[in-house]
Design a protein around this ligand. Structure first.
Ligand code: ZN
Length: 63
């Protein structure tokens, strides 16, 4: 997988990134699963349910 996931907000960031561009956390994990792409959080029930308020790529589960 070319991504790491942020443990705080679950955003997926490039593998060479050292901090999350969304929440500025440096707590990134390579152990994640379930990629979800949120294009329009306003119109996505799943995104709302999971608490993703910005468009982007997210992991469903981060260890
Ligand atoms: Zn984050």
């Amino acid at each position: 997988m070319p991504f790491k996931a942020c443990r705080r907000c679950k955003s997926l960031v490039p593998k060479d990134a050292t901090r999350c561009p969304v929440c500025n956390s440096t707590d990134l994990s390579e152990d994640w699963e379930g990629l979800i792409v949120v294009l329009d959080p306003e119109k996505s029930e799943l995104a709302k349910r999971l608490g993703f308020i910005k468009p982007g790529r997210y992991a469903l589960r981060v260890r």
